[in-house]
Design a protein around this ligand. Structure first.
Ligand SMILES: C[S@@+](CC[C@H](N)C(=O)[O-])C[C@H]1O[C@@H](n2cnc3c(N)ncnc32)[C@H](O)[C@@H]1O
Length: 262
């Protein structure tokens, strides 16, 4: 298993998973942040943040300025207060001592409220797959296009999200991921299919694949995520039955072409 020294500084996984909503939590954040080489001089766009603890982690551990967008209000669990997720980001930013380096704006892709060519990098984990699941693949590409627009030419976008291995789910898993109007398999595709979306949006793809610790991150998620603990027959059961055969956590590292001004 890969060692993530920055994430290892924050071992309270009960707390981390109460403020973060995705497999791998801060380890996934470090995985992506390292791949896009975040550094103190950079202004970074974070897309889809839940309660913003990954945003705070990027600002604290990499020293960059982070502008975070999220359109939704928080009705997730008993801590959900019906207020925008960006309000929770501000609370966490004060606790992490990064309130001067973090800005939260209630907005979402594709309606990104920034000028063209603004950001030195973009980052997103476990967020954009929702757009595919709710609104379809064309909406996913439109969302990528809106991120491309606000990146400076040559800037990197690091994205990681639930994906699958590129083949149909095994027969015993299929009923658990394929049933219902908003079934899990409508949200996830393979890294190869995701790369195709990035290319269609106009990105150059530098690297893509499966995070090597994906299975471990899903097991951790099944143990700590609020919904998995509340309803063990839901996603937790699906993750157990999968046993690492089909479900993955994939990533794409992509660049805005240097010749592109918008
Ligand atoms: C599962 S959470 C993960 C957030 C965070 N990266 C983490 O791992 O904790 C996904 C987030 O995406 C946000 N989201 C949904 N639609 C979005 C959109 N169109 N643009 C940006 N964020 C969106 C949701 O409000 C939610 O907070």
């Amino acid at each position: 298993m890969t060692h993530y020294p920055k994430a290892a500084k924050y071992p309270d996984l009960v707390h981390i998973y109460s403020q973060c909503s995705g497999p791998g939590a801060l380890r996934a954040a470090e995985f992506v942040a390292d791949k896009i080489a975040l550094s103190p001089a950079m202004t970074v766009l974070d897309i889809g943040i839940f309660r913003g603890i990954q945003t705070c982690f990027l600002a604290k551990e990499y020293g960059c300025e982070v502008i975070a967008i999220d359109p939704w209000v928080d009705n997730f669990d008993s801590e959900g207060d019906g207020k925008p997720y960006v309000d929770h980001l501000r609370r966490n930013a004060r606790q992490w001592g990064v309130e001067n380096a973090v800005t939260g704006i209630q907005a979402g892709v594709p309606h990104v409220p920034f000028m063209d060519n603004t950001f030195d990098a973009a980052y997103s984990t476990t967020a954009l797959e929702m757009i595919r699941g709710f609104d379809g693949n064309d909406a996913y590409i439109t969302a990528l296009d809106s991120i491309l627009r606000v990146l400076k030419p040559g800037a990197l976008f690091g994205m990681a999200e639930p994906m699958h291995q590129g083949f149909p789910p095994p027969a015993d898993l299929a009923p658990l991921v394929s049933e219902g109007e908003l079934s899990f398999d409508k949200f996830v595709v393979s890294p190869e299919e995701t790369v195709e979306c990035f290319l269609q949006a106009g990105f150059e793809v530098c690297e893509a694949g499966h995070a090597e610790d994906a299975r471990d991150w899903w097991v951790e998620f099944s143990q700590y995520d609020w919904e998995c603990r509340r309803n063990p027959e839901g996603d937790r059961h699906m993750i157990e039955v999968d046993a690492g055969r089909w479900l993955s956590f994939g990533y794409v590292i992509a660049r805005k072409p240097t010749g592109s001004a918008t």
